[in-house]
Design a protein around this ligand. Structure first.
Ligand SMILES: C[S@@+](CC[C@H](N)C(=O)[O-])C[C@H]1O[C@@H](n2cnc3c(N)ncnc32)[C@H](O)[C@@H]1O
Length: 191
């Protein structure tokens, strides 16, 4: 793997506690739930994170597998499934080199997660992995954020508060983010 392809995700935002406190969005769940119910057979969610979408789908009685490469997110997802008495398979996999020895009738990547991929080469590897794991009539679904130059410029101007939370020990936390856009690489780096 080339140095430019050796990336994980930020420790802070992808620590499940901070992630769940900040990401309470649910508007996309009905879309993926409906699609999952329509598809007969096996379903794979890539970049499942803490199961924000996986758990409601499993609750509806759909057999779903969730894959992600961040351990803390998977630990949280498994804990949630256990709490709800749900049988969900959560596996640690990098979607750039998926190896599951199985084909799925639906593979989906929700919540802009495909955009955590920073090189064209990696993007190609993901699509090859998906092709390898999709049945002949299978469906691949994803959503992505379509960045506007206006928004990129606005986000670069100043640090913004993005959320507040209180930890179990009573500590109050405020999260802020600042963005830097690398136009040559077409990558936005968020701190
Ligand atoms: C924005 S979060 C989305 C989590 C969840 N799907 C949701 O909707 O809340 C992005 C997730 O993608 C995962 N991810 C990013 N690149 C990945 C890769 N190459 N392989 C597997 N997981 C990846 C991260 O670990 C993170 O949990």
């Amino acid at each position: 793997m080339k140095k430019s392809e050796k990336y994980g995700v930020g420790k802070l935002i992808h620590h499940w506690k901070y992630y769940d406190a900040l990401n309470t969005f649910t508007d996309d769940i009905p879309f993926y739930l409906e699609l999952s119910k329509k598809v007969k057979g096996s379903i794979l969610e890539l970049c499942c994170g803490t199961g924000r979408v996986t758990i409601p789908i499993a609750k509806a009685g759909v057999n779903i597998t969730g894959a992600d490469f961040t351990t803390s997110m998977l630990v949280a997802a498994k804990r949630k499934a256990k709490k709800e008495n749900l049988e969900v398979t959560f596996i640690k996999q990098d979607m750039r080199k998926l190896s599951l020895n199985k084909k799925f009738n639906l593979i989906f990547i929700p919540f802009n997660s495909l955009q955590n991929t920073y090189t064209l080469h990696d993007m190609e590897k993901i699509f090859q992995s998906i092709k390898k794991h999709l049945s002949s009539e299978g469906i691949f679904a994803f959503d992505i954020f379509n960045p506007s130059i206006h928004l990129i410029v606005e986000l670069e101007k100043k640090k913004r508060k993005i959320g507040k939370m209180v930890l179990e020990n009573g500590t109050k936390v405020t999260l802020s983010e600042s963005c830097k856009y690398d136009s040559a690489a077409q990558v936005s780096r968020i701190t």
